[in-house]
Design a protein around this ligand. Sequence first.
Ligand SMILES: NC(=O)c1ccc[n+]([C@@H]2O[C@H](COP(=O)([O-])OP(=O)(O)OC[C@H]3O[C@@H](n4cnc5c(N)ncnc54)[C@H](O)[C@@H]3O)[C@@H](O)[C@H]2O)c1
Length: 262
Amino acid sequence: MELGKRAAVVTGSAAGIGRGLCVGLAERGYDIVGFDVDADGNAEMADLVRSVGRDVLALTCDVGDAAQVRSAADEAIKRFGRVDVLINNAAVWNDTRLTAGSYDTQVRAFSDALGACSSGAFHCATALVPAMREAGGGDIVNILTDHVLAGHFITGLPATGYDCAKFSLWRLTESWAVELAPFGIRVNGLAFGATDTPMLRGVSPAMADAGMRPSDIAQAVANVLEHGRGGPTGRTYAFGMSRASRAEHLAGIAAIAEISED
Ligand SMILES: NC(=O)c1ccc[n+]([C@@H]2O[C@H](COP(=O)([O-])OP(=O)(O)OC[C@H]3O[C@@H](n4cnc5c(N)ncnc54)[C@H](O)[C@@H]3O)[C@@H](O)[C@H]2O)c1
């Protein structure tokens, strides 16, 4: 292990925001470990990280599978000797309506939605917090959504499993922040709206065109990380609401940097 090097684990690293987070953190000096079910997309992410001069491990891993996360986390720690940052970004937007599909398809879809997002985050945190404790601290950033914020329109959306997963990840954010504060591990969440990724393009190309870019979310994560060890924990940073302008999105991201203490 090279002294002074920092390593970040990003879930859902192969595409969209996760890929943007990997590249954005690499540009800011982190070595990257990406967990994703999409091996080809993850290999492309790895090439991008190497092109900005950082080391990278692209691991094929379904974060909803506890055994796969255990072995991927072990491989990450073996390779880099440490993990400073965990970003729980993986999620699945799928149809979990009670009025669609069959019993088997909807039960499977609900399980996939919770597996990728809330169980996946729990698996990753459980596997990696011991390494953070050993290093004297770290950061967990949970990628939420503006759906968890008061006033968000819910009725009629098909992705109830996605929303359940995000609400539970929100609660884990708050609870873990309390549990892990004595160990110097901060836990914060980002709740934001439309961002141009394959997930959103599949739902609404118009919203994707008007939305933020994955690099904007990387800047938001960087602003949270730059608060450092004494910085706020247990926060949910809200920005990038879907009907706001791009200038308002960027101002909301910049405002994260201004908050320096609890
Ligand atoms: N795109 C938006 O408008 C938007 C808005 C708010 C929040 N978010 C959140 O940002 C995050 C990333 O979203 P995105 O739009 O980039 O999605 P995306 O679908 O474009 O990419 C998600 C990535 O996660 C991977 N993944 C899915 N299930 C997995 C699993 N079980 N294990 C490992 N990897 C898995 C996919 O293979 C894919 O590479 C999600 O948490 C999403 O809820 C997105």
